[in-house]
Design a protein around this ligand. Structure first.
Ligand code: ADP
Ligand code: ADP
Ligand code: ZN
Length: 217
């Protein structure tokens, strides 16, 4: 399965990608998670990305594309992937097409998860994240079993710095200006499917699985 999960910050991409990747036996590749892991390890990539992330801005295309190119060459991605958070600009989408065609491959399916702005703000400001495994929780909609601890690995949950309301609003602006046009790019090529991202996490998962079956790819 070669799937791109597309949508605004807070749409539930990471939540759904984790389940889909596990079910379909492919890696979940989240560019945001890769940057945060690099930052925890104190690598130059992580330190460089941090400035942009904290401001709610996008990391430069060349940095992101180089990183994704390397990640897709890893062995576990031979059988496919669920990409979450990439591509986020037209330039990234074009670079991604070039990466795929260089490998004799082409774009699989792009599923756009659509959620109203006010719900995005509610989801992001209430999000709590596991700094170790990347799992996301929500204080109201998806609380962990033990308050403050990750169900999957037990680590103490944190609120991401960029999930404060001010930065969230900025990220939504950046999404509208730079990322939303990517949906039209894929729509023109006939690979985009839009699904309703409102409602419960299992309901949204069902809609994604149905969209995957429909296209048959
Ligand atoms: P969310 O899950 O809320 O959508 P991410 O974890 O995907 O957020 O991304 C967090 C931040 O990492 C972004 O605001 C941006 O600074 C950076 N980032 C992640 N992916 C990309 C990308 N494809 N292009 C540019 N910046 C990115
Ligand atoms: P993204 O990766 O698109 O930024 P996440 O998967 O991290 O989004 O989800 C953002 C927040 O919304 C998290 O706190 C998550 O627990 C919560 N969430 C995800 N899906 C739903 C849903 N269907 N209903 C309510 N809350 C959700
Ligand atoms: Zn965890």
């Amino acid at each position: 399965m070669n799937l791109v999960l597309f949508g605004p910050p807070g749409a539930g991409k990471g939540t759904q990608a984790k389940v889909l990747a596990e079910r379909h036996g492919v890696p979940h590749i989240s560019t945001g998670d890769i940057f945060r892991a690099a930052l925890r390890q104190g690598t130059p990539l992580g330190l460089d990305a941090k400035r942009f992330m904290d401001a709610g801005q996008l990391v430069p295309d060349a940095v992101v594309c180089g990183m994704v190119r390397e990640r897709l060459r890893e062995r576990d991605a031979e059988r496919g992937y669920v990409l979450d958070g990439f591509p986020r600009t037209i330039a990234q989408a074009v670079a991604f097409d070039e990466m795929l065609s260089a490998d004799g491959s082409s774009i699989g399916k792009v599923i756009s998860v659509e959620v109203a702005d006010e719900e995005l703000v509610r989801r992001l400001t209430g999000r709590r994240s596991c700094p170790v495994c990347g799992a996301a929780y929500h204080v109201e909609s998806a609380p962990p079993k033990v308050a403050g601890a990750c169900d999957a690995c037990g680590s103490a949950l944190v609120q991401r710095e960029d999930d404060s309301e001010g930065v969230v609003r900025k990220r939504l602006e950046v999404y509208n200006a730079q990322t939303r046009p990517v949906a039209a790019y894929y729509q023109d090529r006939g690979v985009l499917q839009r699904i309703d991202g409102s409602g419960s996490i299992p309901d949204v998962l069902d809609r994604i699985e149905k969209a995957l079956e429909d296209g048959g790819r």
